[in-house]
Write a protein that binds this ligand. Structure first.
Ligand code: C2E
Ligand code: CA
Ligand code: CA
Ligand code: CA
Length: 274
């Protein structure tokens, strides 16, 4: 019995060790991902409630040489821990702006920012330089931030956001409603768009609370004059509820999945209604 117990302890420890080792190996691999061309972008359409697509969100993808696709929810935290996120984010921004600048139709592109980008380096300069290098008009770029970004040196971060906004780039608050102080941030910075988190959308028809919260957020944004988009819209039930509540914009599988931009070439290049 004693040796069995010992054996179990040993197995347990080695599993924990392995988790740590795997994470460490993955982080080391991530260090080569950009150089090795393993990173790519998928684009997911954003649409008016009537289905008319006006832009795309750029989402980072990592295809590991042996593991295949690794989820951003797994590799973004690793990249942020190691500051690799800085080079990766600069690449995403450049690639997204370069792609959008090549579209026949002047649709918008939304890019996610990491809190780390606000702590290191000169973010407004990076954005300015990227717009110059790619020729994308600032009005076609939207940057998505989560309220985690505002947990840092608040005055410093709001200062950076104001400089970015002054260039004519829009700033959206992502995952709205999931943090602790979403409402107070609306007062501290003039966001150009609010994205209602998909957890609320996916609870439509399931919980009374979700529909009440969504209704309240749409009303709040209307009162404040801030455009609002619902993310993670998958079903017709969700879409029709949002239409009934006069939610102006939606994003989600019901409109289109994140995919290489070639999948959407007809929308960006040929058949888009002008
Ligand atoms: P996010 O910014 O909230 O992105 C939305 C996520 O919801 C994406 O997951 C998207 O694929 C997924 N999604 C979109 N529509 C639907 C839907 O109808 N149903 C469901 N169930 N999911 C939907 P993804 O691509 O796995 O990205 C996860 C998170 O990783 C993102 O959440 C974002 O926080 C982060 N991320 C992705 N790309 C980047 C990037 O380039 N930079 C930074 N800093 N973070 C990124
Ligand atoms: Ca986002
Ligand atoms: Ca989101
Ligand atoms: Ca999210």
């Amino acid at each position: 019995v004693k040796s069995e117990a010992r054996g179990q302890v040993r197995v347990y420890e080695s599993k924990a060790d392995q988790v740590i080792r795997d994470r460490w190996v993955l982080q080391a691999d991530l260090g080569h991902a950009l150089r090795n061309g393993e990173l790519s972008l998928h684009f997911q359409p954003q649409a008016e409630i009537n289905g008319r697509i006006f832009g795309f969100e750029a989402l980072m993808r990592w295809t590991h040489p042996t593991r295949g696709a690794v989820s951003p929810d797994e590799f973004i935290p690793l990249a942020e821990e190691s500051n690799l996120i800085l080079d990766m984010s600069a690449w995403v921004l450049k690639e997204a702006c370069r792609t959008a600048a090549g579209w026949t139709h002047p649709l918008t592109v939304a890019v996610n920012l990491s809190p780390i980008q606000f702590q290191h380096g000169e973010l407004p300069q990076l954005i300015q330089q990227t717009l110059i290098d790619t020729g994308l008009p600032p009005s076609r770029l939207e940057l998505e931030i989560t309220e985690g970004i505002l947990l840092g040196d608040f005055a410093h971060i709001v200062g950076l956001l104001r400089r970015i906004k002054a260039m004519g780039v829009r700033i959206a608050m992502d995952d709205f409603g999931t943090g602790y102080s979403s409402l107070s941030y609306l007062q501290a910075f003039p966001f150009d768009k609010i994205k209602i988190d998909k957890s609320f959308i996916q609870a439509i028809g399931r919980t009374e609370q979700a529909t009440t919260i969504i209704r309240a957020v749409i009303g709040l944004c209307r009162g404040l004059g801030i455009p609002v988009i619902a993310e993670g819209v998958e079903t017709e039930e969700q879409r029709s509820f949002l239409a009934q509540e006069h939610c102006p914009e939606i994003q989600g599988y019901i409109i289109g999945r994140p995919a290489p931009i070639q999948v959407y070439s007809k929308i960006v290049d040929k058949l888009a209604p002008v």
